[in-house]
Design a protein around this ligand. Structure first.
Ligand code: FES
Length: 105
């Protein structure tokens, strides 16, 4: 699947992801700016915060209690379509579109 990363300034980067990898890991492996993934994907940092395309919100399991708490700590205020990208796991045939928040550290 392809992952489309849009930067706060509108610049877009498209990366070929691997099924089973998270949107966070895919970003880190490909040097996508703005997704840090400091905790390695265990829901204790919120440096992988993204805004998920509205039409794709239902394609993933809902926000867990831990994710919900971490989203409250994100550097950029959360929106209804906020997710932690370490929790978005790539699936066969399902492209993902995310926007990176302006402040991510
Ligand atoms: Fe730390 Fe996602 S990488 S919460």
């Amino acid at each position: 699947p392809k992952v489309f990363y849009t930067q706060p300034d509108g610049a877009e980067r498209v990366v070929d992801g691997k099924v089973g990898d998270s949107v966070m890991r895919t970003a880190v492996q490909n040097g996508v700016a703005g997704i840090v993934g400091q905790c390695g994907g265990v829901l204790s940092c919120a440096t992988c915060h993204v805004f998920l395309a509205e039409g794709e919100l239902d394609a993933y399991p809902p926000v867990s209690e831990d994710e919900d708490e971490m989203l409250d700590c994100a550097a950029t205020d959360r929106e209804p379509n906020s997710r932690l990208s370490c929790q978005l796991v790539l699936r066969e045939g399902t492209d993902v579109h995310v926007t990176i928040p302006p402040e991510q550290l």
